[in-house]
Design a protein around this ligand. Structure first.
Ligand code: ADP
Length: 453
Protein backbone atom coordinates (compact mmCIF):
# COMPACT_ATOMS: atom_id res chain seq x y z
CA UNK A 1 0.00 0.00 0.00
CA UNK A 2 2.82 2.38 0.84
CA UNK A 3 4.44 1.56 -2.52
CA UNK A 4 1.20 2.61 -4.22
CA UNK A 5 1.08 5.80 -2.20
CA UNK A 6 4.66 6.56 -3.19
CA UNK A 7 3.79 5.98 -6.85
CA UNK A 8 0.79 8.27 -6.60
CA UNK A 9 3.02 10.91 -5.11
CA UNK A 10 5.54 10.57 -7.93
CA UNK A 11 2.83 10.85 -10.57
CA UNK A 12 1.48 13.91 -8.78
CA UNK A 13 4.91 15.53 -8.89
CA UNK A 14 5.27 14.85 -12.63
CA UNK A 15 1.83 16.26 -13.43
CA UNK A 16 2.11 19.27 -11.10
CA UNK A 17 3.61 21.69 -13.69
CA UNK A 18 0.57 21.07 -15.92
CA UNK A 19 -1.83 22.22 -13.22
CA UNK A 20 -2.31 25.96 -13.42
CA UNK A 21 -3.49 28.01 -10.47
CA UNK A 22 -5.91 30.89 -10.79
CA UNK A 23 -2.92 33.14 -10.29
CA UNK A 24 -1.03 31.50 -13.19
CA UNK A 25 -4.08 32.03 -15.40
CA UNK A 26 -4.36 35.67 -14.33
CA UNK A 27 -0.76 36.12 -15.46
CA UNK A 28 -1.54 34.58 -18.85
CA UNK A 29 -4.54 36.89 -19.20
CA UNK A 30 -2.43 39.94 -18.33
CA UNK A 31 0.35 38.88 -20.71
CA UNK A 32 -2.06 38.45 -23.60
CA UNK A 33 -3.60 41.80 -22.81
CA UNK A 34 -0.15 43.39 -23.02
CA UNK A 35 0.66 41.62 -26.28
CA UNK A 36 -2.68 42.79 -27.71
CA UNK A 37 -1.84 46.42 -26.92
CA UNK A 38 1.63 46.04 -28.45
CA UNK A 39 0.22 44.38 -31.57
CA UNK A 40 -2.34 47.12 -32.11
CA UNK A 41 0.08 50.04 -31.87
CA UNK A 42 1.98 50.88 -35.01
CA UNK A 43 5.33 51.52 -33.30
CA UNK A 44 5.31 48.29 -31.27
CA UNK A 45 3.42 46.10 -33.70
CA UNK A 46 6.48 44.08 -34.75
CA UNK A 47 7.45 43.20 -31.15
CA UNK A 48 4.19 41.46 -30.29
CA UNK A 49 3.69 37.73 -30.70
CA UNK A 50 0.04 38.28 -31.62
CA UNK A 51 -0.31 39.96 -34.99
CA UNK A 52 -3.65 41.72 -34.36
CA UNK A 53 -4.46 41.87 -38.07
CA UNK A 54 -7.09 44.35 -39.26
CA UNK A 55 -9.83 42.62 -41.29
CA UNK A 56 -11.66 45.66 -42.72
CA UNK A 57 -14.88 44.18 -41.38
CA UNK A 58 -16.48 47.20 -39.69
CA UNK A 59 -19.91 45.96 -38.75
CA UNK A 60 -21.61 42.78 -37.61
CA UNK A 61 -24.81 41.78 -39.44
CA UNK A 62 -28.01 43.64 -38.52
CA UNK A 63 -30.39 41.08 -40.01
CA UNK A 64 -31.36 43.24 -42.98
CA UNK A 65 -28.85 41.54 -45.32
CA UNK A 66 -30.41 39.93 -48.40
CA UNK A 67 -29.31 38.27 -51.61
CA UNK A 68 -27.50 35.30 -53.14
CA UNK A 69 -23.77 34.87 -52.60
CA UNK A 70 -21.02 32.45 -53.42
CA UNK A 71 -18.59 31.45 -50.70
CA UNK A 72 -15.33 29.50 -50.73
CA UNK A 73 -13.85 27.85 -47.67
CA UNK A 74 -10.16 26.98 -47.78
CA UNK A 75 -8.04 26.23 -44.73
CA UNK A 76 -10.03 23.66 -42.80
CA UNK A 77 -9.81 19.98 -43.43
CA UNK A 78 -11.64 20.28 -46.80
CA UNK A 79 -12.18 22.82 -49.55
CA UNK A 80 -15.80 23.77 -50.07
CA UNK A 81 -17.80 25.86 -52.52
CA UNK A 82 -21.12 27.20 -51.23
CA UNK A 83 -24.18 28.99 -52.52
CA UNK A 84 -25.63 31.03 -49.66
CA UNK A 85 -29.08 32.55 -50.01
CA UNK A 86 -29.78 35.17 -47.39
CA UNK A 87 -33.49 35.90 -47.07
CA UNK A 88 -35.84 37.32 -44.48
CA UNK A 89 -36.71 35.14 -41.51
CA UNK A 90 -40.12 34.46 -43.09
CA UNK A 91 -38.35 33.27 -46.22
CA UNK A 92 -36.41 30.82 -44.07
CA UNK A 93 -33.36 32.95 -43.22
CA UNK A 94 -30.06 31.65 -44.54
CA UNK A 95 -30.14 28.66 -46.92
CA UNK A 96 -26.93 26.92 -47.91
CA UNK A 97 -26.08 24.45 -50.66
CA UNK A 98 -22.48 23.27 -50.72
CA UNK A 99 -20.07 20.79 -52.25
CA UNK A 100 -16.90 19.45 -50.68
CA UNK A 101 -13.89 19.08 -52.95
CA UNK A 102 -10.73 17.32 -51.92
CA UNK A 103 -7.44 18.99 -52.63
CA UNK A 104 -4.71 16.39 -53.05
CA UNK A 105 -1.41 17.02 -51.21
CA UNK A 106 0.44 17.43 -54.51
CA UNK A 107 -1.80 20.48 -55.06
CA UNK A 108 -1.59 21.98 -51.53
CA UNK A 109 2.17 21.49 -51.66
CA UNK A 110 2.76 22.14 -55.38
CA UNK A 111 2.98 25.30 -57.48
CA UNK A 112 0.63 28.05 -56.23
CA UNK A 113 -0.86 28.67 -59.70
CA UNK A 114 -2.06 25.06 -59.80
CA UNK A 115 -3.70 25.40 -56.40
CA UNK A 116 -5.71 28.39 -57.62
CA UNK A 117 -6.46 26.75 -61.00
CA UNK A 118 -7.81 23.80 -59.04
CA UNK A 119 -10.01 26.11 -56.95
CA UNK A 120 -11.44 27.72 -60.11
CA UNK A 121 -12.13 24.30 -61.63
CA UNK A 122 -14.09 23.39 -58.50
CA UNK A 123 -16.15 26.62 -58.70
CA UNK A 124 -16.95 25.95 -62.37
CA UNK A 125 -18.04 22.42 -61.49
CA UNK A 126 -20.20 23.71 -58.63
CA UNK A 127 -21.88 26.33 -60.81
CA UNK A 128 -22.70 23.86 -63.52
CA UNK A 129 -24.13 21.40 -60.96
CA UNK A 130 -26.29 24.19 -59.51
CA UNK A 131 -27.44 25.42 -62.93
CA UNK A 132 -25.70 28.75 -62.37
CA UNK A 133 -23.50 28.90 -65.46
CA UNK A 134 -23.03 32.49 -66.58
CA UNK A 135 -24.18 34.02 -63.26
CA UNK A 136 -21.70 36.20 -61.39
CA UNK A 137 -22.62 36.47 -57.72
CA UNK A 138 -20.67 38.43 -55.10
CA UNK A 139 -18.17 36.05 -53.52
CA UNK A 140 -16.77 35.80 -49.99
CA UNK A 141 -13.53 33.82 -49.72
CA UNK A 142 -12.86 32.22 -46.36
CA UNK A 143 -9.12 31.76 -46.32
CA UNK A 144 -7.94 30.66 -42.89
CA UNK A 145 -4.27 31.53 -42.96
CA UNK A 146 -2.65 34.70 -41.59
CA UNK A 147 -3.05 37.53 -44.11
CA UNK A 148 -2.06 41.17 -44.00
CA UNK A 149 -5.14 42.92 -45.35
CA UNK A 150 -5.10 46.36 -46.95
CA UNK A 151 -8.82 46.30 -47.71
CA UNK A 152 -11.74 43.89 -47.52
CA UNK A 153 -10.76 42.26 -50.82
CA UNK A 154 -6.98 42.30 -50.55
CA UNK A 155 -4.89 40.04 -48.35
CA UNK A 156 -1.20 39.23 -48.50
CA UNK A 157 -0.42 35.72 -47.28
CA UNK A 158 2.05 36.00 -44.38
CA UNK A 159 2.71 32.29 -43.96
CA UNK A 160 1.14 28.95 -44.70
CA UNK A 161 0.10 26.77 -41.72
CA UNK A 162 -1.72 23.45 -41.25
CA UNK A 163 0.27 21.47 -43.81
CA UNK A 164 -0.14 23.83 -46.79
CA UNK A 165 3.04 24.88 -48.61
CA UNK A 166 2.09 25.80 -52.21
CA UNK A 167 4.92 27.78 -53.79
CA UNK A 168 4.87 31.44 -54.88
CA UNK A 169 1.98 32.43 -52.61
CA UNK A 170 3.58 33.80 -49.43
CA UNK A 171 3.96 37.58 -49.82
CA UNK A 172 1.30 37.73 -52.56
CA UNK A 173 -2.29 38.99 -52.55
CA UNK A 174 -4.43 35.89 -52.41
CA UNK A 175 -7.43 37.54 -54.09
CA UNK A 176 -5.17 38.57 -56.96
CA UNK A 177 -3.91 34.98 -57.28
CA UNK A 178 -7.54 33.83 -57.52
CA UNK A 179 -8.39 36.53 -60.09
CA UNK A 180 -5.39 35.54 -62.21
CA UNK A 181 -6.56 31.92 -62.18
CA UNK A 182 -10.00 33.13 -63.31
CA UNK A 183 -8.39 34.98 -66.21
CA UNK A 184 -6.57 31.84 -67.29
CA UNK A 185 -9.98 30.20 -67.63
CA UNK A 186 -12.04 31.31 -70.63
CA UNK A 187 -15.65 32.54 -70.51
CA UNK A 188 -15.68 32.75 -66.74
CA UNK A 189 -15.91 35.65 -64.30
CA UNK A 190 -15.91 36.03 -60.52
CA UNK A 191 -16.77 39.00 -58.30
CA UNK A 192 -14.60 38.58 -55.20
CA UNK A 193 -15.81 41.08 -52.58
CA UNK A 194 -14.11 39.87 -49.43
CA UNK A 195 -11.37 37.67 -48.06
CA UNK A 196 -12.36 36.32 -44.65
CA UNK A 197 -10.58 34.56 -41.81
CA UNK A 198 -12.57 31.64 -40.33
CA UNK A 199 -12.74 33.32 -36.90
CA UNK A 200 -14.38 36.35 -38.52
CA UNK A 201 -16.79 34.12 -40.46
CA UNK A 202 -17.73 32.43 -37.20
CA UNK A 203 -18.34 35.75 -35.44
CA UNK A 204 -20.45 37.02 -38.34
CA UNK A 205 -22.54 33.88 -38.70
CA UNK A 206 -23.38 33.92 -34.98
CA UNK A 207 -23.88 37.68 -35.21
CA UNK A 208 -26.72 37.15 -37.64
CA UNK A 209 -28.70 35.44 -34.87
CA UNK A 210 -27.32 37.40 -31.92
CA UNK A 211 -26.34 41.07 -32.35
CA UNK A 212 -24.25 40.93 -29.16
CA UNK A 213 -21.82 38.54 -30.87
CA UNK A 214 -18.58 40.52 -31.15
CA UNK A 215 -16.01 37.78 -30.64
CA UNK A 216 -15.20 34.77 -32.83
CA UNK A 217 -13.30 31.74 -31.50
CA UNK A 218 -11.96 28.59 -33.17
CA UNK A 219 -10.80 25.51 -31.25
CA UNK A 220 -10.25 22.81 -33.87
CA UNK A 221 -7.07 21.70 -35.62
CA UNK A 222 -5.66 25.05 -34.48
CA UNK A 223 -6.94 27.88 -32.32
CA UNK A 224 -7.51 31.57 -33.04
CA UNK A 225 -9.82 34.44 -32.11
CA UNK A 226 -11.10 37.77 -33.42
CA UNK A 227 -13.11 40.61 -31.84
CA UNK A 228 -14.50 44.07 -32.54
CA UNK A 229 -11.91 46.72 -31.59
CA UNK A 230 -12.31 50.51 -31.55
CA UNK A 231 -10.82 51.84 -34.78
CA UNK A 232 -9.00 54.58 -32.86
CA UNK A 233 -6.95 51.85 -31.15
CA UNK A 234 -5.93 50.22 -34.43
CA UNK A 235 -2.67 52.02 -35.16
CA UNK A 236 -2.14 50.20 -38.43
CA UNK A 237 -5.33 51.57 -40.05
CA UNK A 238 -6.24 55.21 -40.67
CA UNK A 239 -9.46 56.53 -39.11
CA UNK A 240 -10.86 57.20 -35.65
CA UNK A 241 -14.58 56.54 -35.85
CA UNK A 242 -16.28 53.23 -35.39
CA UNK A 243 -14.93 49.73 -34.96
CA UNK A 244 -13.04 47.09 -36.88
CA UNK A 245 -12.81 43.36 -36.42
CA UNK A 246 -9.25 42.30 -35.50
CA UNK A 247 -7.95 38.83 -36.36
CA UNK A 248 -5.67 38.25 -33.40
CA UNK A 249 -3.79 35.19 -34.73
CA UNK A 250 -3.54 34.26 -31.06
CA UNK A 251 -2.16 30.81 -31.84
CA UNK A 252 1.23 32.54 -32.02
CA UNK A 253 0.90 34.04 -28.50
CA UNK A 254 4.14 33.20 -26.68
CA UNK A 255 6.34 32.83 -29.77
CA UNK A 256 8.48 35.67 -28.33
CA UNK A 257 9.14 33.71 -25.14
CA UNK A 258 6.61 35.49 -22.93
CA UNK A 259 4.81 32.23 -22.03
CA UNK A 260 7.92 30.16 -21.27
CA UNK A 261 6.93 29.69 -17.61
CA UNK A 262 3.85 27.75 -18.70
CA UNK A 263 5.59 25.27 -21.02
CA UNK A 264 6.57 21.90 -19.57
CA UNK A 265 9.25 19.59 -20.98
CA UNK A 266 6.43 17.63 -22.66
CA UNK A 267 5.22 20.75 -24.49
CA UNK A 268 8.77 21.52 -25.57
CA UNK A 269 9.19 18.01 -27.01
CA UNK A 270 5.95 18.34 -28.98
CA UNK A 271 7.06 21.73 -30.31
CA UNK A 272 10.54 20.56 -31.27
CA UNK A 273 9.37 17.73 -33.52
CA UNK A 274 6.49 19.75 -35.06
CA UNK A 275 6.47 21.10 -38.63
CA UNK A 276 6.96 24.65 -37.27
CA UNK A 277 9.21 24.56 -34.17
CA UNK A 278 9.05 27.69 -32.04
CA UNK A 279 5.90 28.85 -33.82
CA UNK A 280 2.25 28.79 -32.73
CA UNK A 281 3.25 28.08 -29.12
CA UNK A 282 -0.16 28.97 -27.55
CA UNK A 283 -1.92 26.83 -30.17
CA UNK A 284 0.33 23.90 -29.28
CA UNK A 285 -1.00 23.96 -25.68
CA UNK A 286 -4.64 24.11 -26.71
CA UNK A 287 -5.71 22.69 -30.06
CA UNK A 288 -6.73 19.33 -31.46
CA UNK A 289 -3.59 18.85 -33.49
CA UNK A 290 -1.46 18.65 -30.30
CA UNK A 291 -3.34 17.54 -27.16
CA UNK A 292 -3.15 13.83 -27.96
CA UNK A 293 0.55 14.13 -28.61
CA UNK A 294 1.17 15.89 -25.27
CA UNK A 295 -0.70 13.06 -23.52
CA UNK A 296 1.39 10.46 -25.38
CA UNK A 297 4.62 12.15 -24.28
CA UNK A 298 3.51 12.14 -20.65
CA UNK A 299 2.47 8.50 -20.83
CA UNK A 300 5.88 7.58 -22.26
CA UNK A 301 7.61 9.43 -19.44
CA UNK A 302 5.47 7.76 -16.77
CA UNK A 303 6.21 4.37 -18.34
CA UNK A 304 9.90 5.19 -18.38
CA UNK A 305 9.75 5.89 -14.66
CA UNK A 306 8.04 2.55 -14.10
CA UNK A 307 4.80 4.23 -13.03
CA UNK A 308 2.64 2.92 -15.87
CA UNK A 309 2.21 -0.24 -17.96
CA UNK A 310 4.59 -2.05 -15.60
CA UNK A 311 7.35 0.05 -17.06
CA UNK A 312 7.06 -1.64 -20.47
CA UNK A 313 6.19 0.75 -23.29
CA UNK A 314 4.39 -0.81 -26.23
CA UNK A 315 6.03 -0.11 -29.59
CA UNK A 316 2.74 1.49 -30.61
CA UNK A 317 2.92 4.14 -27.92
CA UNK A 318 6.30 5.13 -29.36
CA UNK A 319 4.60 6.10 -32.63
CA UNK A 320 4.07 9.87 -33.03
CA UNK A 321 0.42 10.99 -33.31
CA UNK A 322 -0.92 7.53 -32.42
CA UNK A 323 -2.81 9.01 -29.45
CA UNK A 324 -5.41 11.17 -31.15
CA UNK A 325 -7.21 14.02 -29.46
CA UNK A 326 -10.53 12.23 -29.98
CA UNK A 327 -9.28 9.59 -27.50
CA UNK A 328 -9.13 12.33 -24.85
CA UNK A 329 -12.82 12.96 -25.48
CA UNK A 330 -13.67 9.28 -25.41
CA UNK A 331 -11.70 8.56 -22.23
CA UNK A 332 -13.27 11.51 -20.43
CA UNK A 333 -16.86 10.80 -21.50
CA UNK A 334 -19.16 10.98 -18.54
CA UNK A 335 -20.26 7.66 -17.16
CA UNK A 336 -17.64 5.74 -19.10
CA UNK A 337 -16.73 2.67 -17.09
CA UNK A 338 -13.09 2.08 -16.34
CA UNK A 339 -13.38 -1.15 -18.34
CA UNK A 340 -14.24 0.89 -21.44
CA UNK A 341 -11.20 3.08 -20.89
CA UNK A 342 -9.18 -0.15 -20.84
CA UNK A 343 -10.86 -1.09 -24.14
CA UNK A 344 -9.75 2.13 -25.81
CA UNK A 345 -6.20 1.61 -24.60
CA UNK A 346 -6.17 -2.06 -25.66
CA UNK A 347 -6.93 -0.88 -29.18
CA UNK A 348 -3.70 1.08 -28.98
CA UNK A 349 -1.90 -2.16 -28.21
CA UNK A 350 -1.52 -1.31 -24.53
CA UNK A 351 -2.12 -4.02 -21.96
CA UNK A 352 -3.46 -2.14 -19.02
CA UNK A 353 -4.42 -2.76 -15.44
CA UNK A 354 -7.22 -0.94 -13.70
CA UNK A 355 -4.70 1.34 -12.02
CA UNK A 356 -3.13 2.13 -15.39
CA UNK A 357 -6.41 3.29 -16.88
CA UNK A 358 -7.01 5.51 -13.85
CA UNK A 359 -3.66 7.16 -14.43
CA UNK A 360 -4.25 7.57 -18.18
CA UNK A 361 -7.61 9.16 -17.48
CA UNK A 362 -6.00 11.57 -15.03
CA UNK A 363 -3.37 12.57 -17.60
CA UNK A 364 -6.07 13.22 -20.22
CA UNK A 365 -8.03 15.31 -17.72
CA UNK A 366 -5.03 17.40 -16.72
CA UNK A 367 -4.01 18.16 -20.33
CA UNK A 368 -7.53 18.98 -21.52
CA UNK A 369 -8.30 21.08 -18.44
CA UNK A 370 -5.15 23.14 -18.93
CA UNK A 371 -6.05 23.70 -22.60
CA UNK A 372 -9.56 24.85 -21.72
CA UNK A 373 -8.30 27.13 -18.94
CA UNK A 374 -5.65 28.75 -21.15
CA UNK A 375 -8.24 29.32 -23.84
CA UNK A 376 -10.52 30.79 -21.18
CA UNK A 377 -7.74 33.13 -20.00
CA UNK A 378 -7.44 34.31 -23.62
CA UNK A 379 -11.17 34.94 -23.93
CA UNK A 380 -11.14 36.77 -20.58
CA UNK A 381 -8.41 39.11 -21.85
CA UNK A 382 -10.48 39.85 -24.97
CA UNK A 383 -13.84 40.52 -23.30
CA UNK A 384 -12.24 42.64 -20.56
CA UNK A 385 -10.62 44.76 -23.26
CA UNK A 386 -13.97 45.26 -24.98
CA UNK A 387 -15.55 46.23 -21.64
CA UNK A 388 -12.83 48.75 -20.84
CA UNK A 389 -12.91 50.14 -24.40
CA UNK A 390 -16.53 51.07 -23.83
CA UNK A 391 -16.10 52.33 -20.27
CA UNK A 392 -18.72 49.88 -19.01
CA UNK A 393 -19.06 48.58 -15.45
CA UNK A 394 -20.66 45.45 -16.80
CA UNK A 395 -20.55 44.01 -20.33
CA UNK A 396 -22.88 41.47 -21.91
CA UNK A 397 -21.22 39.87 -24.89
CA UNK A 398 -21.54 36.74 -27.00
CA UNK A 399 -18.68 34.64 -28.33
CA UNK A 400 -19.34 32.66 -31.53
CA UNK A 401 -17.40 29.37 -31.41
CA UNK A 402 -16.48 26.71 -33.93
CA UNK A 403 -14.12 23.73 -33.98
CA UNK A 404 -14.43 20.03 -33.31
CA UNK A 405 -12.44 20.01 -30.07
CA UNK A 406 -14.76 22.62 -28.54
CA UNK A 407 -17.86 20.91 -29.86
CA UNK A 408 -17.03 17.28 -29.05
CA UNK A 409 -14.85 17.25 -25.95
CA UNK A 410 -17.12 16.46 -22.98
CA UNK A 411 -15.69 19.10 -20.62
CA UNK A 412 -13.76 21.64 -22.69
CA UNK A 413 -16.57 24.17 -23.09
CA UNK A 414 -17.61 24.02 -19.44
CA UNK A 415 -14.06 24.36 -18.12
CA UNK A 416 -13.29 27.23 -20.46
CA UNK A 417 -16.45 29.07 -19.47
CA UNK A 418 -15.72 28.62 -15.76
CA UNK A 419 -12.30 30.22 -16.27
CA UNK A 420 -13.76 33.15 -18.19
CA UNK A 421 -16.22 33.74 -15.36
CA UNK A 422 -13.45 33.71 -12.76
CA UNK A 423 -11.08 35.95 -14.70
CA UNK A 424 -13.62 38.39 -16.16
CA UNK A 425 -16.29 38.67 -13.44
CA UNK A 426 -17.58 41.96 -14.82
CA UNK A 427 -18.44 40.42 -18.16
CA UNK A 428 -21.39 38.19 -18.69
CA UNK A 429 -20.31 36.01 -21.59
CA UNK A 430 -22.57 33.77 -23.66
CA UNK A 431 -21.05 31.14 -25.93
CA UNK A 432 -22.88 30.33 -29.15
CA UNK A 433 -21.85 27.42 -31.37
CA UNK A 434 -21.70 28.43 -34.97
CA UNK A 435 -23.32 26.38 -37.69
CA UNK A 436 -21.25 26.43 -40.83
CA UNK A 437 -19.49 29.63 -39.77
CA UNK A 438 -16.95 29.75 -42.57
CA UNK A 439 -19.48 29.54 -45.39
CA UNK A 440 -22.36 31.49 -43.93
CA UNK A 441 -20.03 34.08 -42.38
CA UNK A 442 -18.18 34.74 -45.66
CA UNK A 443 -21.50 35.28 -47.44
CA UNK A 444 -22.71 37.63 -44.70
CA UNK A 445 -19.54 39.67 -44.95
CA UNK A 446 -20.09 39.93 -48.69
CA UNK A 447 -23.69 40.91 -47.92
CA UNK A 448 -22.73 43.56 -45.35
CA UNK A 449 -20.16 44.91 -47.82
CA UNK A 450 -22.82 45.11 -50.51
CA UNK A 451 -25.25 46.78 -48.05
CA UNK A 452 -22.72 49.39 -46.91
CA UNK A 453 -21.39 50.03 -50.43
P1 ADP B 1 -10.53 22.55 -38.73
O1 ADP B 1 -10.08 23.30 -37.53
O2 ADP B 1 -9.42 22.06 -39.59
O3 ADP B 1 -11.65 23.20 -39.48
P2 ADP B 1 -12.04 20.75 -37.02
O4 ADP B 1 -12.74 21.86 -36.35
O5 ADP B 1 -12.89 19.65 -37.56
O6 ADP B 1 -11.13 21.18 -38.22
O7 ADP B 1 -11.01 20.14 -35.98
C1 ADP B 1 -10.21 19.05 -36.27
C2 ADP B 1 -9.50 18.64 -34.97
O8 ADP B 1 -10.45 18.13 -34.05
C3 ADP B 1 -8.46 17.57 -35.16
O9 ADP B 1 -7.22 18.06 -34.67
C4 ADP B 1 -8.91 16.41 -34.28
O10 ADP B 1 -7.85 15.90 -33.51
C5 ADP B 1 -9.91 17.03 -33.36
N1 ADP B 1 -10.99 16.09 -33.04
C6 ADP B 1 -11.64 15.24 -33.86
N2 ADP B 1 -12.57 14.54 -33.19
C7 ADP B 1 -12.51 14.95 -31.89
C8 ADP B 1 -13.20 14.59 -30.70
N3 ADP B 1 -14.17 13.66 -30.69
N4 ADP B 1 -12.86 15.23 -29.56
C9 ADP B 1 -11.91 16.18 -29.56
N5 ADP B 1 -11.20 16.53 -30.64
C10 ADP B 1 -11.49 15.93 -31.80
Amino acid sequence: ASRLAAQRQQIGRILAPLKLTLDDLRKVQALLRREMELGLRKETHATSSVRMLPTYVRATPDGSERGDFLALDLGGTNFRVLLVQVGSREQGGVQIVSEVYSIPPEVTQGPGSELFDHIVTCIVDFQSKQGMVGQTLPLGFTFSFPCQQMSLDQGILLSWTKGFSASDCVGKDVVQLLREAVQRKQHFTLDVVAIVNDTVGTMMSCGYDDPRCEVGLIVGTGTNACYMEELRHVGTVAGEEGRMCINMEWGAFGDNGCLDAVFTPFDRQVDEVSLNPGKQRFEKLISGMYLGEIVRRILLHLTDKGLLFRGRPSPKLQTPDIFQTKFLSAIESDGLALRQVCGILEELGLHVTCDDSLVVREVCQVVALRAAQLCGAGVAAVVEKIRENRGLKQLSVTVGVDGTLYKLHPHFAQNMQATVQQLAPRCSVTFLQSEDGSGKGAALIAAVACRVA
